[in-house]
Design a protein around this ligand. Structure first.
Ligand SMILES: Cc1ncc(COP(=O)(O)O)c(C=O)c1O
Length: 370
């Protein structure tokens, strides 16, 4: 109850605030540690592209001027890169904002339904809760892959949107093209499929990966979400994008704030997009590091799921919280999947080779004390 008798909407009161990975500075302070590595937020361990850093330095000189609200240059660069028109490009203050805006645009009443996988990215739940609509959570299959057959069966005449994170967070698993094709074939008119490809660059070389871009080009009711936060290393400046039918872009444009993508983010993204080498280095580092993390988890008897993202997910077969705490005492921050409903799940973001060494050593010590 509000002490002032204010009438905050009950669905908002019921929402859990987002709980981010523990910040390095907080862990250093609390535990008196000199050196802490954070493998908890799926960031780019190699940092941003130096070209993006330079572009931000230059753009900083003009930060007294409002940004270009249409982000013309970035929109055109993305349109050219992906062979779409600028009117099919979504831009947001992180893809988080695009998820939020899709919720505002499509969900409006308690009768509306939205279908998501479980566990999957928690911000989909927030979009549904904010709209006070019905969130239908469909468990992943036993390989922790989205069960598109079961999700199709969960669609009703009230369903407005279906969200599939591909690769999925927290599990790192993917659905394949044949499954998405079949899902779309049976999807009733009026339902939008959102393929959230935040980790696309790490899965791009999988031959039967269902690229959202192809569906949008074919004029299907599909939105593809991408981000500069992961492979491009721009998480702190907040810039996400997507591909969508023109009418969806038009609706999102009406709902969004006029200057949601700031000028530094626009400049950083244009420069980062040109730095394919940085992305290639990032993907190569990721492959190497993910392999080593998976190996040490497997050695400990955990069930490690094949990852197509920049983190490794494992079912430890025992509560993950004490493991998280024991790693923390050694200055290694990882993430449990407890808030995502899987108390034995541990998610480890891939770091630099040195950060992965830190994790491997710390984890072996934890296992030795089991
Ligand atoms: C599946 C998924 N979608 C979207 C996001 C949000 O990314 P952004 O930084 O672009 O808001 C994340 C971030 O972790 C994610 O895992």
């Amino acid at each position: 109850m509000s002490p002032m008798g204010l009438r905050i909407r009950p669905n908002v009161r019921r929402m859990e605030p987002y709980s981010p990975g523990k910040p390095v500075s907080e862990v250093k302070r609390e535990l008196g540690l000199e050196s802490v590595v954070k493998l908890a937020s799926n960031e780019n361990p190699l940092g941003p592209s130096p070209k993006a850093v330079e572009a931000v330095r230059r753009a900083a000189e003009s930060m007294h001027v409002y940004p270009d609200g249409s982000a013309y240059e970035l929109r055109q660069a993305l349109a050219r890169r992906f062979g779409l028109s600028g009117r099919q490009i979504l831009l947001g203050n992180g893809s988080d904002e695009l998820i939020h805006l899709l919720g505002l645009v499509f969900l409006g009443s308690p009768e509306d339904e939205m279908v998501v996988g479980d566990p999957s990215f928690v911000r989909y739940d927030a979009a549904a809760q904010l709209a006070d609509c019905r969130l239908v959570k469909v468990p992943l299959n036993s390989d922790l892959v989205h069960d598109l057959g079961a999700m199709a069966r969960a669609v009703t005449p009230r369903t407005k949107m279906v969200f599939v994170a591909n690769p999925n967070n927290p599990t790192g698993t993917i659905v394949r093209k044949a499954e998405v094709d079949a899902f779309l074939r049976d999807l009733p008119d009026g339902v939008l499929l959102v393929l959230d490809e935040a980790y696309f660059e790490f899965a791009a070389d999988v031959p039967d990966f269902p690229n959202s871009l192809d569906y949008v080009r074919e004029g299907r009711p599909v939105v593809g979400l991408r981000t500069f936060s992961k492979a491009y290393g721009l998480a702190g400046i907040r810039i996400g994008y997507g591909f969508a039918p023109e009418e969806v872009v038009d609706a999102v444009d009406r709902a969004r704030e006029p200057f949601d993508v700031n000028s530094l983010a626009q400049a950083a993204a244009v420069a980062a997009l040109e730095d394919g080498e940085h992305v290639a280095r990032t993907v190569a580092n990721n492959r190497e590091g993910a392999g080593r993390i998976a190996e040490v988890l497997r050695e400990a008897g955990a069930r490690v799921f094949p990852t197509y993202a920049n983190f490794v997910y494992a079912d430890l077969g025992r509560p993950a919280q004490p493991v998280f705490e024991a790693l923390l005492l050694q200055g290694v921050i990882v993430r449990t999947a407890t808030t995502m409903g899987s108390p034995t799940g541990l998610r480890v973001s891939v770091g630099t080779p040195e950060e992965v060494d830190r994790f491997v050593d710390a984890f072996r010590k934890v296992v030795a004390s089991w």
